[in-house]
Design a protein around this ligand. Structure first.
Ligand code: MF3
Ligand code: CO
Length: 255
């Protein structure tokens, strides 16, 4: 296998998949408040995905039991929704989800602050988002894949943050995970030459402390080893000859 190039027709479908997912992210983000359970967040998100004609692509993926990954504070990614887990003021909550629309996948993540959070938490969220855009500057035809990785990692590390090494971004299209893997840190190689029509999910996962992570007993939830906070930011994008196109920005984020 190699990195697939999508046709204009395929990209049009991915745009639709992305637009629907962005709408769910925007609306689900507004549902977050102290007292809601992570279970309820998943239930609402699942319903929103289906109401827009999408199919949740995380549900049952490798046995994952929900449509929305909800990861709180020191949970990095893949938190499993639970009726016992209540969100509270001061938490940071990462929502990661995706959908399939007419055979094409979209995938995106955002970390939200619940009410007032610490200064270091809000900076971590903002800089994790910014690290994505630092990487995106290199996401265009003719550049090399790992230029994206290096830009993300160098930016995050400049604040002393721990870039998660054990999880990566990925190609996306007719499958949730396609080639290539997209690390969020500097590589010794240059990586594949980027071509117009490649579609990627770029997703920095950044820890306030050390880069190390461990898997919880549920075998899904990834936590920071040192217990420090972690943030996640992900979009599905298309490589073009010029500026990359981000398929999963919400209307609020575009204005
Ligand atoms: N967004 C995740 C990723 O990019 C997908 C979660 S895996 C699942 O890899 F099992 F939770 F679906
Ligand atoms: Co992803």
């Amino acid at each position: 296998m190699s990195i697939t190039i999508k046709s204009a027709e395929e990209i049009a479908l991915m745009r639709e998949a992305g637009r629907r997912l962005a709408k769910v992210h925007q609306d689900l983000g507004h549902e977050l408040r102290p007292g809601i359970t992570t279970w309820e967040i998943n239930r609402i998100g699942d319903e929103m995905i289906r109401d827009l004609g999408g199919t949740p692509n995380f549900l049952n993926y490798m046995g994952y039991p929900a449509s929305v990954c909800v990861s709180v504070n020191d949970e990095v990614v893949h938190g499993i929704p639970s009726k016992e887990r209540y969100i509270k003021e001061g938490d940071i909550v990462s929502l990661d989800m995706g959908l399939i629309y007419q055979g094409y996948h979209s995938d995106a993540a955002r970390t939200h602050a619940i009410g007032e959070v610490s200064k270091e938490a809000s900076l971590l969220i903002e800089r994790t988002r910014e690290s994505f855009f630092q990487g995106l500057q290199f996401a265009r035809a003719g550049r090399r894949l790992y230029e994206i990785s290096a830009a993300i990692g160098d930016y995050a590390e400049s604040f002393g943050y721990g870039v998660v090494y054990d999880l990566v971004g990925h190609g996306i299209g007719t499958h949730l995970h396609e080639e290539p893997e997209i690390p969020n840190f500097r590589q010794r190689r240059r990586g594949a030459r980027l071509k117009a029509g490649m579609t990627f999910a770029i997703e920095p996962m950044i820890n306030l402390g050390e880069p190390d992570v461990e898997w919880a007993e549920d075998e899904w939830t990834v936590c920071t080893y040192d217990g420090s906070l972690s943030a996640h930011y992900e979009n599905t994008i298309v490589i073009t000859k010029g500026e990359p196109e981000i398929l999963t920005l919400t209307e609020e984020e575009k204005t």
